[in-house]
Structure formats: C-alpha cells, structure tokens
Design a binder for this molecule. Sequence first.
Ligand SMILES: C[S@@+](CC[C@H](N)C(=O)[O-])C[C@H]1O[C@@H](n2cnc3c(N)ncnc32)[C@H](O)[C@@H]1O
Length: 290
Amino acid sequence: MTAPGMLPRQAAAAVAQALKAAGCPDAVYDARFLVQLVTGQDPRLSDAPLTGVQTARLNELAARRAAREPLQYLCGCWPFFDFELVVGPGVLCPRADTEIVAEAAAALLQGTTDPRVLDLCAGTGCLGLGVKRLCPSVQLTALEKSPDALVYLRQNAAHALDGRGLAAPYAQVVQGDLFEFYKELPESSFDLIVSNPPYLTAQEMTQLQPEVAHEPAMALAAGPDGLDFYRAIAAHYQQALRPGGALVLEIGWQQREVVTTLLQQNGWTRIECRQDYAGLDRCITARRPG
Ligand SMILES: C[S@@+](CC[C@H](N)C(=O)[O-])C[C@H]1O[C@@H](n2cnc3c(N)ncnc32)[C@H](O)[C@@H]1O
C-alpha cells in the first residue's frame, strides 16, 4: 500500500484509495489521521519521507481500518470533553452524544455538596468521568461487568483527569452485574445515578454497521426489545438514591416513549427528555420522589 521514501501526502493518498475501495465512509480523513498517527506530522504540512518502520506501521493500521475496525481502536485513545480516554478492542468507543448525558447529570448536581454518583455500565468510564470533569467534587463509583472493559476503565479511573488538580483515583471501580448490584446497595447511597446501558434490540443486533460490529456485543445487546437494562434500572435502583435523587439515562433515539412509560410505571417523577447535537432524543432524566 505504502513504501519507504514516500512523502506523507503520497502515503495519505494511497491509504485513502485503499480505504475508499474498502467502503470506509470518511476515507480521506481517516487516511490523514493514520499518517499523522505514525509520523506525528500533518501529512499536508510535512515533506519528511516515511521511514521503513513508519511504513510498516502505517500499512498494518490501514489494513485494520480497511477491515472496518474503528479508528478509535487503532488510535488507542480518544477525546471526551477535554480529556483523553484509553480505548481499544473489548470496550465501547466513547461517543460525542454521551457528552450531552454528562452535561444533563452535572446540571442536576448544582447545589449538592460532594455529590455521590454511580455510573452503571461504565465501559471506558466516559460518562461518569465526564460528570466529574464538569463537577469536580463528585465522588464517583463506576460499575462494569466485562473483564475486557474493566482493563480500560481501571486505567481511565486512575489517569484520565490527571493534571486538573483532582485527587486520583477519579472513580472507585467495581466489577459487578447491574442485575444483581442493587441488592448490596444501602438505601440512599447516591445523589445521582447515570447510565448508558446496552440498548439495542435483537433485530438491530443483526444489522450493525461494520465498525459497530467490532465493538463488544455485550456493550450493545439488551434483549429482544432492547429494554432489559432500562427495565432493571427502573425497577431496582430507586432505593439506592436519596429521596429527590436523580436518574440520568442515555437512550436510543426511538426509545423516549417506552423508557418514559417504564419509569412512570415504577414510580419515578419529573421525567424529562433532552436531545443530542443532531436533535434526536438522547437522554432521559427522572427523580426519586421525595
Ligand atoms: C453501551 S456500553 C456504555 C459504556 C459507557 N458507559 C459509554 O457511554 O461509553 C454498555 C456497557 O455495559 C456493560 N455491561 C453489559 N452488561 C452489564 C451488566 N449486566 N452489568 C454491568 N455492566 C454491563 C458493557 O460491558 C458495556 O461496557
């Protein structure tokens, strides 16, 4: 694909051509990104010919991207707000839309002293760590079941917010199962619970985009109707909040009505919905009565 001695812009053009042929949607952007990743230079601005080592690395990354592996996995880290998260195969890539959910949670914590926050289904930890970035006094607990995801979560809990005057670790990481964990939580343990749980239906799991198919099924699949996790949270996690405490959920863009109904049926109050950057329903907030 590329050869030693090529100029960065030539290498980027060759990689872009290969990625286009593989059906990658943003081939030119991705090609420039990969050349910059291996050379440390923007290929549009650099005239330093590629070395043999750089070429070998670039060809390996380009082949993985042509196989539709997410760019985030190739990079090994990805930004969320203004901090970086370690990411890779075995964990869901952080999405920009999840920043909306973190902002909604932080807004609900205004006026609460040293708020205790639980992030259920934490993955990389982006959501809970995002809330802590916006509201530094948060005492964060992050629950995750997958041993693969926990490797990234532990690193991010230890380092993601370095250099911001906060004390590490930034979250207490707990390995556990959302469908069991509530049983060990004393009444009123938290001021806020936030979660971006798996929420795809069995049908949606058969129609994944190639990049999403590289992400762990465990991070995506939520039973026949996509609601297994919302059902459990709505039914079992109210007691873990103090009276008046808040629940903040990321949802799929078509799930507003059904998740709202689930919450109403389980006695949650003040249920509201927020939209993402594309104007789609993305976040539901609710309160424990009190
Ligand atoms: C949609 S991903 C979200 C990850 C992260 N919160 C984010 O926004 O990027 C859902 C996460 O739930 C985890 N998970 C799946 N089943 C679980 C369970 N029963 N208990 C706890 N976590 C679970 C998955 O491993 C995955 O990391």
